[in-house]
Ligand binder design. Structure first.
Ligand code: ADE
Length: 425
């Protein structure tokens, strides 16, 4: 870790938290057998030797296991938070104190600090950027054109970040390869669905301790994350309504057994609202004004733009913190609207994010995507690239093995049949 004249070697809350962080990182590692195998191979082969790497991720126990893996692979890695509220301060402390990884992340940091950390990350002159939401890449493209020649590529695992990268490519400003980690089946089938499903309810319950059974839960968005939240809320006994703008997903939600309707119809019925759309102002003044007294709203999409909190704040006569990560907005008609996690990712603000067992596969994809970028340096076209199918399959095979599950293999006869077109009716 080298301090430059302009900024310190790290910025974490308190290095004394490191021992607690270490214990928690090791606990998470027990559920991360795939990343462990990648780490052991990386330690032998050093595929990232000489690579300056910036990771802009939620600083959690799972991310720590990724960072340690990248370091084992030889990377000169620096970590910043991808959200002001998602940092686990003990984890940040441990990475600095025990692994010498420079971390710039403090839970509750303000927006100015967050953006300053993005600048510090770019001062590291990265060759590879692991981005969550694409803030580092967007800043690089807008403000650091002179560093583009250093870049081998980026990897991105959030749906929001992928949408942004695609927009950059369309505008002709994405001039290097971007690995679409979200697209890997071992990522979105599990992290987005089971990870967001469980961790979102975990955040809501830790923040409020409400009973979900019998409540009406409105889930805005039926992508992989929305599917997970709706499925798990239903499993807890909630009566789930889905809102969508995509007609195909709306049919899917209806056939999965959920009521589907516009938000303006759902607003007076819901006890709890969860946004997972990736778009802005999905819940706005016209919806707040018809909600029940005590309705709770929260977001599990990447950015805090899905709930129009600015308008809510402007209308409210007062705002009170009633529990950790739980704020009561008093409306002029005497009604209350409860906002969880300040409209930021409730699963990371009020809980610990997705469980380690799913992040194991997401982060194995991240580490292998970095290795792929280095191996193919100079050979990949600018723009979006999928994780190779063999890598996805390999991750699934390792995970199954770790779970003690065996599966069938094709017989020679089946192999021949499946590869031929000549046999029909
Ligand atoms: N995104 C969602 N959950 C996460 C976790 N546990 N660690 C890092 N990133 C995440």
């Amino acid at each position: 870790m080298v301090a430059t004249a302009s900024h310190p070697k790290y910025e974490v809350k308190d290095l004394a938290l490191a021992s607690v962080g270490k214990q928690r990182i090791e606990w998470a590692a027990r559920e991360m057998p795939v990343i462990k195998q990648v780490r052991e191979r990386f330690a032998q082969e050093k595929p990232l030797a000489g690579i300056r790497l910036v990771a802009c991720c939620h600083v959690t126990t799972e991310t720590a296991n990724l960072a340690i893996t990248l370091q084992a692979g030889g990377a000169d890695a620096l970590l910043i938070a991808s959200n002001p509220l998602s940092t686990q301060d003990d984890v940040a402390a441990c990475l600095v104190a025990d692994y010498g990884i420079p971390v710039y992340a403090i839970k509750g940091e303000d927006n100015e600090t967050y953006h300053r950390h993005v600048q510090i990350a770019l001062d590291h002159k990265p060759n590879i950027i692991i981005d969550d939401g694409s803030d580092v890449v967007a800043t690089l493209v807008k403000e650091r054109q002179n560093q583009l020649s250093d870049i081998i590529g980026t990897t991105e695992e959030t749906t929001t970040g992928i949408v942004r990268l695609e927009a950059m490519f369309k505008d002709g400003v994405l001039t290097f390869p971007a690995m679409n980690v979200n697209d890997a089946e071992t990522k979105h089938f599990f992290d987005n669905r089971y990870g967001t499903g469980q961790s979102t309810l975990d955040g809501i319950i830790r923040a409020t301790n409400v009973l979900l059974a019998g409540k009406t839960v409105v889930v805005a968005g039926y992508g992989w994350c929305g599917k997970g939240v709706a499925m798990r809320a239903k499993g807890m006994g909630a009566n789930v309504i889905v809102t969508e703008i995509n007609p195909v997903r709306a049919i899917e939600a209806a056939m999965d057994g959920f009521r589907v309707m516009p938000m303006i119809e759902a607003a007076p019925q819901g006890d709890l609202f969860v946004t997972v759309t990736g778009n802005k102002h999905v819940i706005r003044p016209e919806h707040f004004s018809v909600m029940k007294d005590g309705a709770m709203v929260c977001n599990s999409g990447h950015f805090d733009i899905e709930i129009d909190l600015k308008s809510l704040g402007a209308t409210a006569t007062g705002v009170k913190e009633v529990r950790n990560f739980t704020q009561e907005y008093k409306m002029p008609d005497g009604k209350s609207i409860i906002v969880l996690g300040e409209g930021r990712l409730v699963n990371l603000a009020a809980a610990e994010g997705h469980p380690s067992a799913v992040m194991d596969m997401s982060f194995a994809n991240q580490a292998l995507a970095c290795e792929y970028l280095v191996k193919n340096k100079g050979k990949l076209e600018p723009g979006m690239h999928s994780i190779p199918t063999e890598v996805d399959r390999e991750i699934a095979t390792l995970k199954l093995k770790a779970m003690g599950i065996e599966i069938d293999t094709l017989t020679a006869e089946q192999e021949e049949y499946i590869n031929s077109w000549t046999v029909g009716t």
